[in-house]
Design a protein around this ligand. Structure first.
Ligand code: FES
Length: 160
């Protein structure tokens, strides 16, 4: 708790204490904790003078934010139509097997969170997997281990 509040204070000190700073502050806190602890949301609301309901809305609206703890590494498998047709279900199964978790879960050691998304806008590269913001296209289910180990360089891109 104290650790959380110390970090909140540190992040808030980087910005003007105004409503406009809300998203930037939440991004920094998400980066720091890999999720947004409730006490942090409350403190940010008070300091920026934003109603808690509004802070909560922002925190739940953007996919980049999470209210539950995420692992150090975020693995996102696209299961949109183009990726589905090109084998996304097999990739997802391989990752679930490798990590020992289901989509939407985090490994017990807090290393990996596995998520699915419905089209990343890179259908020409289907099937697509994003690991820590790096896009990997034309992924083979047999190569998921190298993705997790970071052996496949991939392409850094902004998540949509
Ligand atoms: S369906 Fe996967 S990127 Fe579009």
């Amino acid at each position: 708790m104290q650790e959380v509040m110390r970090k909140v204070e540190e992040v808030l000190s980087r910005y003007e204490q105004r409503e406009e700073a809300l998203i930037a502050v939440l991004q920094d806190l998400q980066d720091a904790f890999h999720y947004l602890p409730k006490e942090a949301l409350i403190a940010v609301s008070e300091r920026l003078g934003v109603p808690y309901s509004q802070t909560y809305h922002v925190a739940t609206f953007y996919k980049a934010f999470s209210l539950t703890p995420r692992g150090r590494h975020l693995v996102t498998v696209c299961t949109g139509t183009a990726c589905h047709v090109k084998g996304a279900p097999l990739i997802l199964q391989a990752l679930e097997r490798e990590l020992g978790i289901k989509a939407g879960e985090t490994t017990k050691d807090m290393e990996y969170t596995l998520e699915t998304v419905n089209c990343l806008g890179s259908c020409a590269l289907a099937p697509v997997v994003v690991v820590d913001g790096k896009y990997h296209g034309k992924v083979l289910a047999t190569k998921v281990l190298s993705l997790l180990k970071g052996e496949d360089e991939g392409e850094k891109a902004e998540e949509s």
